[in-house]
Design a protein around this ligand. Sequence first.
Ligand code: SAH
Ligand code: SF4
Length: 350
Amino acid sequence: MHDLGFSELVATLAADGVILHHAKVLWRVLHRDGELDLAARNFLPPLKRWVVNSVGEGKKFFLDAPEVVDEIRSTDGLTRKFLLRLRDGQTIETVLMGYDGRHTVCVSTQAGCAMGCVFCATGQMGFVRHLRPGEIVAQVLHVRRVLKSIDPTKRIRNMVLMGMGEPLHNYDSVMQALGSISNVGGASIGPTKISISTVGVVPAILRLAEEQRPYRLAVSLHGSTEEERSALVPASKKWSLAMLIDACRKYGEVTGKRIFFEWTLIAGKNDSPETAHRLAKLLEGIDAHINLIPLNPTNGFSGTESHTGHEFQKILIAAGFPCTFRQRRGIDVAAGCGMLKAEKRVKSAR
Ligand code: SAH
Ligand code: SF4
């Protein structure tokens, strides 16, 4: 059911003779309340009949209700990471993060990822499949239910597409899901509070600009030359650094929006002062915010020492760029995205 956008839900019910009022009720129950047991709701007879006839195993529609396989809580109690099992048995990760009174959900957009970044646990697993819109929406609804059970006065106000997978490799499903998630009758996360993080799928970045999508764009850069970047991000053999920066310039011109550049600091690979100077030069003229991410060690790579990271940051700030370190609180649980699944695999293989 969660694959359908609002107008599709209205049209579906209308085709079966159910009026708009009932469709709105059903939308709110599904997307705002995140109800998983429709039979328990007191719908008026026309809607009740439609639900009984149309929703359930073996019927036209089903509810996306991922099963929690594993949950890890941070020692500060503010971050919870969920390993969720989908209907076909695939597992994905979703994270609830809470700091400074703000709550953020981090969702997956694919099972696995085709981009193969060498330092990323998800990339090393390879691509399994795209998630449907309903599977993306269901992650947000899960986290909202959890937060409600902890503190009913709190709401999820921010969303990042930084879980497993490359969101712009699954463009249509991601856009469909974000439309539902930002709908004011549903989870109602403001579109400007939703960040799409991409490894740099150039045609899709241009499409976001053309379609004037209201979301924030974060670009995972990690390299200041073609060589430096393609050693870490194999996708840049297809979409070169030059093409990517060009697309970012166009995106900035067309939308007038700031772009967030993510930079995972990896010891000896992309953390030298020369690299920082080259990065500043590369981004010249772009309204950019640089977000430095401490590496969660995987695959033999180690993170940059803190003083080296701070030197790197200083150079970028001196060049005029806002440059911050990604919040590390709660990271004790989270490790890198994809790492929980990787760990679970190792455990079950033992
Ligand atoms: N595929 C998208 C979004 C998911 S990855 C992208 O690459 O942007 C989200 C972020 O986590 C990216 O910036 C990615 O570079 C970063 N990341 C991946 N593996 C990491 C690791 N081991 N340590 C720290 N950050 C990592
Ligand atoms: Fe995919 Fe992002 Fe991981 Fe790269 S960093 S492999 S694009 S999930």
